[in-house]
Design a binder for this molecule. Sequence first.
Ligand SMILES: [Zn+2]
Length: 313
Amino acid sequence: MKIFFQFLSFSLLIMQCASVKTPTAETITKLQSVEETSDILFTLASDDMKGRDMLNGGYDMAADYVKTYFKSHGIAPFLSSGYDDNFILNEMSAYNIVGRLGKYDPKKPTVLIGAHLDHIGINTGSTDSIYNGANDNASGSTAVLQIAKVLSKYKWDQNIIIALFAAEEKGLLGAKHLAEKLKEDGVELQMMINFEMIGKTLTTGANQVYMTGFKLSDFSDKINQFAPNFVTFLPEAEGYNLFKRSDNYAFYETFKVPCHTLSSFDFKNYEYYHKAEDEFEKMDIANMNQIIRTATFAIGQMLRTKTTATMRD
Ligand SMILES: [Zn+2]
């Protein structure tokens, strides 16, 4: 009888291990609470962060917050020198923050998940002088941190790099720098997923994002297999060529693989783009958290099933 129970508990242990191979919707709901998403967004978009500009020290504060978050969730630096990926911006030193999940293995394909952390700082000429950039892009940065936290608890057959970019607002300079560095280091980039402005609800519906460069690859078909109707097409994104206007573009230019931005800013649902009033209080936190949960689940499933997007001709 005792042997039988030992065998039973051993079997249960095996079954438990098997069942935790990929994050389930239940696990994700538990790990990504609305409260924590709200806390991260509130912190990154607070006045203390001075609009997350490199020149006034605000970016450094936001970067320190990100690094502390990485450390507390066991997300190691990608570079041997540490989290900072340094480059020169207008004769000043600047840096992206780059972490990795698990051990880097050059034989494995690499997936990069990122968002720009910087914003446009303080404009002393106006009454509300701090440009908090809650939607642009504290929201996308929050998504990347919350996704990384969940994915870091699992083992993957891909290298997963987590990047928060500097100097997006100065011309995608941080992303360009990291893309070139990864290329030089021989990293086999398979896909880049970028998050930009996910704090408002798309006019077409809740728990949805559109993707830039929609027609360039089959990424939306692939991810929507795991989250039907999650990634949609926005005609304005094509009209304004948003594909070239965020950090995904630098990676596409360098690697010519599917690199897309997911966003829920559709030009009709938010009037405070690049205004001082882009603040925490105006965000649809519950919807934003739902987007983060859905993205985490679908990306986890894509990675686990080795579902890869490919460029269209
Ligand atoms: Zn932005």
